[in-house]
Ligand binder design. Structure first.
Ligand SMILES: [Zn+2]
Length: 381
């Protein structure tokens, strides 16, 4: 088996358009696959009841999914009614693998081969050593090449999570710390490896990982704290990218116009000058007492809360998830962020807002990149 056939890539059905038989088939296929992926094993009859499709349609599409190995039969379940016991069907996490790469760290690029359940099959990483521009690109291509050799199932595609602004065509419009501007990363990798490639902003990939593998609600604001600070926004489970693909770029919102904290962007008092991992470490290294230590973290949390409060007020999001180093984010920082949001937004109108730390750990961007590939190729995740 090779890569998944391109002719299976779903043609999306938009409401109001005339639905052609082939589109209906793709739609039904995605619907059944999504049901099995999200809700666990079902019989064919369960699937028909759950989705409203006819039994004939279900059997027909299931035959295709079995042939593609995306669904497997896992034995019978004794029926509650007399007659033949029902054969149960399960989404097959091991049918395909994806290559995922995370470019959001300051010293190395991390990559992995993952199965469709988000489990890591193999890992590789490469030191950045100050590379930018063409050198950085060569390192990414090299990393994917090494991972390609470690894939042990048909390859579904390659997913890349990168800092910066990325358009829907996989062009990195701007990623200052990688030295990339208008780089068509998707086409470079597609040409090199001959398989589907998805490129996305790291915070958006993180938000998708929380949705697919974590506990997140359909309306979630995810804040990723690393070399920079960015946010990924999901509304109704769908990522919000913005009209120029820069939604969630909150790192350079000025928190304090009178501040003398210089930012890499040239302004003063940006959120990143309190919250990027590098700046927090610098501030903490100057703290002499426990009380000062706590004050540094609380100040970072307050800066974050002051940027998030108007967002919460504008979109009435009910959940905020922080992703990054737990030892920094938990405790005084998270508490101060929540308290500032409570003070600044009319929280009784917005209900019980939950602010929590992501539990997905260091692989969150890699898992998000895998979810992006699954979403594009299979219409699930
Ligand atoms: Zn800035």
């Amino acid at each position: 088996m090779g890569t998944l056939r391109r002719d299976r890539v779903p043609a999306r059905v938009r409401s109001g358009e005339k639905v052609l038989p082939e589109q209906a088939r793709v739609h039904n296929r995605e619907l059944l696959l999504r049901t099995l992926y999200r809700e666990g094993p079902h019989s064919r009859a369960d699937l028909a009841r759950r989705t409203g499709l006819t039994r004939v349609s279900v059997s027909d599409v299931v035959s295709d999914l079995l042939a593609d190995d995306l669904v497997v039969e896992v034995g019978t379940r004794a029926g509650t009614r007399p007659g033949k016991p029902a054969m149960m069907l399960e989404f097959n996490e091991h049918a395909y693998q994806a290559i995922a790469v995370d470019l959001s760290h300051s010293t190395l690029y991390r990559g992995a081969v993952l199965d469709l359940g988000g489990s890591v099959v193999a890992r590789q990483q490469v030191e950045i050593e100050g590379s930018t521009g063409a050198d950085a690109l060569a390192k990414v291509v090299g990393l994917v090449g090494v991972l390609r050799e470690q894939v042990t199932a048909p390859l579904l595609g390659i997913g890349i999570g990168t800092p910066g602004i990325v358009d829907l065509g996989g062009v990195v419009l701007s990623a200052p710390n990688l030295g990339w501007k208008d780089l068509n990363l998707r086409s470079v990798l597609t040409e090199q490896f001959g398989c589907p490639v998805v490129v996305s902003n790291d915070a958006n990939a993180t938000a998708l990982a929380e949705r697919s593998y974590g506990e997140s609600a359909a309306d979630t604001l995810l804040v990723r704290v690393g070399v920079g600070v960015g946010a990924g926004l999901l509304l109704g489970g769908t990522p919000v990218l913005g009209s120029r693909f820069a939604a969630g770029e909150i790192g350079h919102v000025v928190v304090d116009t009178g501040s003398e904290r210089a930012c890499v962007c040239g302004k003063f008092g940006c959120l990143e000058t309190w919250l990027s991992t590098r700046r927090i470490q610098e501030d903490l290294s100057e703290a002499r007492t426990d009380a000062e230590h706590t004050r540094v973290l609380a100040a970072a949390g307050e800066a974050l809360g002051s940027v998030l409060a108007p967002i919460v007020a504008a979109i009435n999001v009910s959940e905020i998830v922080l992703s990054g180093p737990h030892r920094v984010l938990e405790g005084p920082l998270a508490a101060a962020a929540m308290e500032t949001i409570r003070q600044r937004a009319l929280t009784e109108v917005h209900g019980d807002i939950v602010l929590r730390l992501s539990e997905l750990g260091d692989d969150i961007v890699l898992r998000g990149a895998t979810a992006m590939v699954m979403s594009q190729q299979l219409g699930i995740a």
